[in-house]
Design a protein around this ligand. Structure first.
Ligand code: FE2
Length: 202
């Protein structure tokens, strides 16, 4: 085995071990009972600690789609558990990403690894989402949402932003997520996520 191949194997093994350790800790937190603010805050802290191991989550290991693909972001599955349920993804995004205001129908956490993802928060009103605040999520920060909380995501002026996204339902089985379609002034449903790359093996 070449030195380079050995390095890659070592990184993969270290990544699997770090994700496993974090997942075990997350299961202990999320398995306490109903997932409320306290559980989400504790889970956020665990994901931020995992995100500090930036050498295990380098952009080279989680590439953006090629130039022939229209999407400029990709989702990699790192861990999936049933009891308690959690699905942990690494998202990598290029510049020019705007995801409209939406809910999740389950709890959701975003923790920054590299670069800044702007999150805008909204209240739901009869006439649509109304801006209520926001937070920039980057290294050392995270944000958590309850099932009906609304947010939008914006990434501009950065080549490559990496963060963890974690949900109580797998994104490829998450039906009924509503988003605000500004053009028509109505709530519509996101299709379930496709094209997730399974990287649970490292
Ligand atoms: Fe979201």
């Amino acid at each position: 085995m070449t030195a380079l191949a050995r390095d890659e194997t070592d990184t993969k093994a270290a990544r699997v071990a770090a994700v496993r350790e974090t997942t075990d800790a997350l299961k202990a937190v999320l398995g306490r009972g109903e997932v409320g603010r306290r559980e989400l805050d504790d889970a956020k802290a665990l994901l931020m600690r995992l995100a500090e191991k930036r050498e295990l989550f380098a952009a080279e290991d989680f590439p953006l789609p090629g130039p022939d693909v229209e999407k400029n972001n990709a989702l990699y599955l790192l861990a999936a558990e049933n009891e308690p349920a959690l699905s942990l993804y690494l998202q990598v995004s290029g510049s020019g990403l705007d995801v409209p205001p939406h809910n999740h129908k389950t709890w959701a956490i975003i923790a920054g690894i590299d670069g800044i993802e702007e999150n805008r928060f909204y209240e739901r009103t009869e006439t649509g989402p109304e801006r209520s605040g926001g937070q920039e999520v980057g290294p050392g920060s995270a944000v958590a949402f309850e099932p009906e909380d609304l947010h939008s995501i914006h990434i501009h002026g950065q080549d490559c932003v990496l963060n963890f996204h974690m949900y109580g339902i797998p994104l490829d089985k998450l039906y009924g997520r509503e988003y605000w379609h500004a053009g028509s002034g109505e709530w519509r449903l996101f299709p379930v996520q496709q094209g997730i790359v399974d990287r649970r093996d490292g």
